[in-house]
Design a binder for this molecule. Structure first.
Ligand SMILES: Nc1ncnc2c1ncn2[C@@H]1O[C@H](COP(=O)(O)OP(=O)(O)OP(=O)(O)O)[C@@H](O)[C@H]1O
Ligand SMILES: [Mg+2]
Length: 290
């Protein structure tokens, strides 16, 4: 006879610490059911591995914040030096020799690219640092369009690597939202990353992610993240917002659970639908009265 409930409530601080408790629990109910013990032990071990992974990611997060800080200074110096070179070049007297003219033009173009790329890198660092701030932001008014702009530098690289097109269709005239804009950026980031990670290897059509935002009811915003990736199996759909549900080797399965908490904390709701190679995750948020 199985008594799984006798071992269900065990907390998983450490496998060695838990094993005697499991054995005692099994002994207590006088049914040393080895299958139940093995199952419980596997669950505990799985949770323990997830905790170790979470701790590792948290440590890397702290490190990333300080690396971002260290990188920002030399990046700013590179950008300023590029400006200075441009300035000096403008003061140079013109040259008649066509070869020298060509070289000067190429140098000017190279300097412009240095500037452009260092500005881009600075934007990535800026978005990263904003996301990593540990103290909660004071609730304030912000627009979804601004939140999308702030999070984009963190997504561009992944989109480019995957050869994925991003179509943004956000009504710029929407009234503001109220709350923690960094948390809403986190929702956008998680949803677009999921859409990117869903990309099919053998995709016949162009891999595409769409981000749409519309006003629905008089004072509600509806945001949709749509992709044409691998889709979600019907039996998985109901579970994907639960923590630690993942079909990815490297996934922790917490992205959507976090999205749901954030959206609900802001007075909205979130759902997902998937059929015929099209997955849509939709969330709503209340708009501020204007
Ligand atoms: N757009 C999508 N297309 C296909 N499957 C998806 C999509 N979004 C979510 N899923 C499924 O839902 C699961 C849970 O997503 P969730 O974001 O919570 O975790 P994850 O992406 O696996 O890991 P992480 O914690 O790193 O985000 C995913 O593993 C995947 O199976
Ligand atoms: Mg995810």
């Amino acid at each position: 006879m199985n008594h799984p409930e006798a071992i269900a409530p065990i907390e998983p601080p450490c496998n060695e610490a838990v094993a005697p408790t499991l054995r005692r629990a099994a002994g207590d109910c006088r049914c040393a059911d080895s299958d139940a013990l093995r199952t419980a032990s596997a669950v505990v071990q799985g949770m323990q591995e997830q905790m170790v992974h979470l701790a590792r990611v948290a440590t890397l997060g702290t490190l990333a914040a300080s690396i971002a800080h260290e990188i920002r200074q030399p990046l700013t110096a590179i950008r300023l030096e590029a400006y200075a070179i441009q300035h000096w070049m403008k003061r140079c007297p013109g040259v008649a020799d066509p070869v020298t003219q060509q070289v000067v033009q190429e140098v000017a173009e190279g300097v412009r690219r240095i500037q452009e790329q260092s500005e881009r890198a600075e934007q990535v660092i800026h978005s990263l640092r904003a996301m990593m701030r540990s103290e909660p932001n004071k609730p304030q008014a912000f627009t979804l369009a601004q939140a999308v702009r702030d999070v984009m530098p963190l997504l561009e690289g992944r989109l480019k690597d995957g050869g994925i097109a991003l179509r943004i269709d956000v009504d710029e005239t929407l009234p503001p939202l109220h709350g923690d804009s960094v948390q809403i950026q986190q929702v956008l980031l998680n949803l677009v990353l999921n859409a990117i990670e869903a990309r099919k290897e053998d995709c016949a059509e162009l891999p595409l992610v769409e981000l749409r935002a519309r006003r629905v009811e008089p004072a509600m915003l509806r945001v949709e993240v749509i992709d044409n990736g691998g889709g979600i199996a019907p039996d998985q759909l109901a579970r994907i917002f639960q923590p630690f549900v993942s079909t990815k080797g490297e996934g922790m399965g917490i992205g959507l659970a976090i999205c749901r908490s954030i959206v609900e904390l802001h007075g909205g709701s979130i759902r997902a639908a998937s059929s015929e190679g099209r997955t849509t995750v939709t969330f709503t948020l209340p708009l501020q009265a204007t």
